[in-house]
Design a protein around this ligand. Structure first.
Ligand SMILES: C[C@](O)(CO)[C@H](O)COP(=O)(O)OP(=O)(O)OC[C@H]1O[C@@H](n2ccc(N)nc2=O)[C@H](O)[C@@H]1O
Ligand SMILES: Nc1ncnc2c1ncn2[C@@H]1O[C@H](COP(=O)(O)OP(=O)(O)OP(=O)(O)O)[C@@H](O)[C@H]1O
Length: 289
């Protein structure tokens, strides 16, 4: 039995540069990852199957369109004689939440299949299968902080950013990614005129440089997502007002928002207070890296 984790993907920044002729949006995003997340196991064998359990299993679905199965099929198309097997996904991350849960599961499936088949981590067929599965899958293949560009197919080198203590908050409203992109109202071929992304380089000091660069950047999907799910406005206000919050922002197409704190203790104290006051919300602490 092989096992791996599928952590949450957090878009620390998300700049929309325009819409390509093929309808997809061109973006520039600094992405980081939580610890924890979903758990995926694989018993290698000739037949492909999937069982799903865990608190958010029902929303993710066990059908043929589960991203674990889609990623496995995309790799099998590229690797003759690929050993497949029985996957078991234990789903903890909220679904349709802007934290790439399904994409991270798909990337985890590719990592396990690579291990089961003796493929090296830099075998180009893994990245090709990731690209063919979904826009967020390439950046999740090796979950370390890095830039993603294009429509998500171009991923930069891993960045050794200082670990960022954070609170992740999902207010319980599922948000469809395509609906938020549509609300941006860009025509194919149209540019947004977004300025260049503030420089973020390996080894940046957490206290000063990284936070300053993050504050100068944005999530360009935030306003559109707030129209789709107005509770996001409230979620951002709650995070911003938390004691010790240094930056609060939405991830991806929402509705999950994150806040950065100076220490894990400050994040844990804020998370406990927010969870107490909002019993229906998904509130977790994380160290993003
Ligand atoms: C918003 C982000 O989460 C930021 O990381 C991603 O860009 C979205 O990634 P994703 O959920 O994996 O997206 P996909 O499943 O590939 O696409 C869902 C839908 O979102 C739209 N889409 C997606 C990515 C992109 N760069 N431009 C788009 O316009 C397309 O309408 C597409 O049909
Ligand atoms: N393993 C999976 N986990 C979660 N959702 C899945 C999975 N497989 C397929 N899906 C479907 O994919 C859709 C998007 O789910 P996901 O949780 O990945 O969204 P997201 O967090 O908004 O992603 P992103 O941030 O990449 O836009 C859901 O409608 C869900 O039914």
């Amino acid at each position: 039995m092989l096992a791996t984790r599928a952590p949450a993907k957090i878009n620390l920044t998300l700049h929309i540069l325009g819409r390509r002729a093929d309808g997809y949006h061109e973006l520039e995003s600094l992405v980081a990852f939580s610890g924890g997340g979903d758990a995926l196991r694989l018993a290698p064998g000739p037949e492909l199957s999937l069982a799903v359990d865990g608190p958010t299993a029902a929303a993710a679905g066990v059908g043929d369109d589960n991203l674990v199965l889609r990623a496995a099929r995309r790799l099998a198309e590229r690797v003759p004689g690929l050993t497949l097997g029985a996957f078991r996904l234990t789903k903890y991350l909220p679904v349709a939440a802007g934290i790439g849960g399904g994409s991270s599961d798909a990337a985890a499936a590719l990592r396990l299949l690579a291990a089961a088949n003796g493929l090296s981590a830099d075998d180009p067929r893994l990245m090709e299968a990731a690209r063919a599965t979904g826009s967020d899958v390439p950046v999740c293949l090796t979950p370390r902080a890095r830039f993603m560009r294009g429509a998500g197919e171009a991923v930069g080198a891993a960045l050794s950013l200082p670990p960022l203590p954070a609170v992740l908050l999902n207010p319980g409203a599922p948000v469809a990614t395509a609906a938020v992109f549509k609300r941006l109202g860009l025509a194919p071929g149209e540019r947004t005129g977004a300025g260049s992304h503030p420089a973020i380089t390996p080894g940046m000091d957490a206290e000063a440089l990284l936070l300053a660069a993050l504050r100068k950047s944005r999530n360009d999907m935030e306003d559109a997502a707030c129209l789709e799910a107005p509770v996001i406005v409230h979620a951002l206000a709650v995070l911003s007002a938390a004691r010790g919050c240094r930056l609060a922002r939405m991830s991806g197409s929402g509705a999950t928002c994150f806040a950065i704190f100076s220490t894990p203790h400050a994040a844990a104290t804020a998370a406990a207070a927010i969870a107490r006051q909002n019993p229906g919300w998904w509130v977790k602490t994380a160290v993003l890296r």
